[in-house]
Ligand binder design. Sequence first.
Ligand SMILES: [Zn+2]
Ligand SMILES: [Zn+2]
Length: 274
Amino acid sequence: MEIEFFGVRGSIATAGPDTLRYGGNTSCVSVRAGGRELIFDAGTGLLPAGNRIRPGQRVELFLSHLHWDHIQGFPFFRPGYIPGTDVVIHAVAHEGEYFKPVHDVLSDQMRPPTFPVGLEVMGGNLHFVDVPQNTRVDLGEVEVRHAAVDHPNGCFSYRVDCGGRSVVYATDLEHGESVDPALCELARNADILIYDAMYTPEEYEGEVGPSKRGWGHSTFEAGADLADAAGVKQLILFHHDPSHDDEFMDGLRERAAKRRPGTDVARQGMILRP
Ligand SMILES: [Zn+2]
Ligand SMILES: [Zn+2]
């Protein structure tokens, strides 16, 4: 299993000299396993992720939810334009107030006057799958499961298992007073937990700026609590706040590794082989 980070930033892309080392693209992580190419989320990191897909290579794209920073790269996903290339777009269907089929959401995104051309210009074989909640997606040797998490308009964390290796992609979620039992079960004994640590505990509690309670994101401390409870091997912090520059991220990385040894911060271009 090989995990590669193409976008690690939350909310909005942050290109610039102060974010060069950790990276400015929004959420996009590829997982290569069992001969399959899986990509989690379609933030602006989807552009470089797509550029390394070979024509004809099948891609399984999983969306955690449909906020801008997780779908904005989709119209620029080159494999989607290559005739004969299969791109399967999976998103979990839920019963929330704002549920819409994933096809309709991506199609609405590509429409004048905010986008010049429609989804129909993408000439690849696009397959849209509204995954029924609490079901498993089987892709040969690869198994993908999910769990609902607490985030405005709904969001899902995913777990990939293949050949005894596992990674959990848990972004855009807010922790509660105690560890979420469903997420803990999903992350049970995982090799790697990629976790939304957008805010420091001080930012979250409102000791620095306004309180971030109810904004749908989490902290490295809550991530470490979850990783401890679930017996995760390595915690990787993800969905960095746009205001956190490289220097700030260095400090966060140090603090998090003190709280839970081995913890690291996701950087654009980082590759993990659990
Ligand atoms: Zn986000
Ligand atoms: Zn979100």
